[in-house]
Design a protein around this ligand. Structure first.
Ligand code: 13P
Ligand code: SF4
Length: 308
């Protein structure tokens, strides 16, 4: 089937199933282009609560689709490829959260959305890269356990008065760990007029040389409103598609061309079509975990009520 045929079939099936297609900013260009909504983790979660579609097709990694399912117990949530798992989320299993809770019994626990549902079921609040410091500030304990991303914990620490303890000791994103301060400074020498945009999953050294640090959608919006005409982008390369499309004439330079999240790229047009056709792969979470995780996920949504 040609890609135009495939796209036509996807649109037809989407109507038939009363489905909505949500795609993360790192998805393949053709998936972003066919999606009803493209955004960061916070926006996609919010979008999942506001849709009246009966089926949500989630083109992102599993923790994102699980969050949509937690927020929509009555809807069917499907992933085109069930193997799209975030390695960082696997660094903090639910049992480890329980152990840390026992060790620090007076501390509240804030987990990054990049965690599995079973971990979320054991925390007080969930945050994303768009609202980590705001959520930490809302906790009523002086010490807050935060995980799994050590780099995001360092970034959030600088924006809150809380005593932040990283759990586990060093969780990280295998893609964002690849960015290097010296390489960015070299690029900056070649392009002195470029603005450096970075994701807070990058190391503190990389964030330290960036002009702007924020979630993927915050980076995208900065690229739209900034006076600069050239940008060095320190995040997964998929975000450049949206930036280039919506800021015509500007130049976007990846801070590292091989910063590719293989998990995010597992979804293809063909798998999306098959997912709609065969109603696969459904994201299933036990009712107990769903109920325990919902409150923590809803706190995450309170920092942002609307999508622009
Ligand atoms: P955002 O919520 O900023 O889109 O980040 C998700 C993610 O997995 C970054 O690696
Ligand atoms: Fe996980 Fe990193 Fe991929 Fe984001 S880019 S989904 S944190 S592995």
């Amino acid at each position: 089937m040609t890609s135009a045929n495939l796209m036509g079939k996807i649109q037809q099936l989407k109507m038939k199933r009363k489905a909505v297609i949500l795609a993360h900013n790192y998805q393949r260009p053709e998936i972003q282009d066919i999606a009803d909504f493209v955004g960061d983790s916070l926006e996609l979660s919010l979008c999942a609560t506001q849709t009246d579609a009966e089926v949500i097709i989630f083109c992102g990694v599993k923790f994102m689709a699980e969050t949509a399912a937690i927020l929509n117990p009555d809807k069917m949530v499907l992933m085109p490829d069930k193997n799209a798992l975030c390695p960082m989320a696997a660094m903090l299993p639910g049992e480890l959260v329980q152990l840390y809770r026992k060790k620090y019994s007076n501390a509240k626990v804030v987990l990054y959305i990049n965690t599995l549902a079973e971990a979320k079921a054991n925390c007080d609040a969930v945050c994303t890269s768009a609202n980590s410091a705001e959520i930490l500030e809302r906790m009523d304990s002086e010490t807050v356990l935060f995980g799994p991303d050590w780099n995001l914990a360092q970034y959030a620490k600088n924006h809150t008065k809380k005593h932040v303890v990283s759990i586990p000791k060093f969780g990280f994103c295998p893609v964002h760990i690849l960015f290097n301060k010296e390489a960015i400074l070299k690029l900056k020498e070649i392009h002195p007029d470029a603005e450096v945009l970075a994701h807070p999953e990058c190391t503190p050294e990389v964030c330290g040389v960036a002009d702007f640090v924020g979630s993927t959608s915050k980076m995208y919006r900065q690229a739209l409103v900034s006076k600069a005409k050239k940008f060095i982008v320190a995040t997964e390369v998929g975000l450049l598609h949206r930036m280039k499309k919506d800021r015509i004439g500007a130049i976007f330079i990846p801070a590292y061309e091989e910063a590719v999240c293989a998990q995010m790229k597992l979804h293809t047009l063909e798998k999306l079509y098959l997912s709609l056709k065969n109603k696969r792969y459904e994201v299933k979470i036990s009712p107990k975990i769903m109920t325990s995780a919902r409150n923590a996920v809803e706190i995450m949504l309170r920092t942002r009520e609307t999508l622009d």
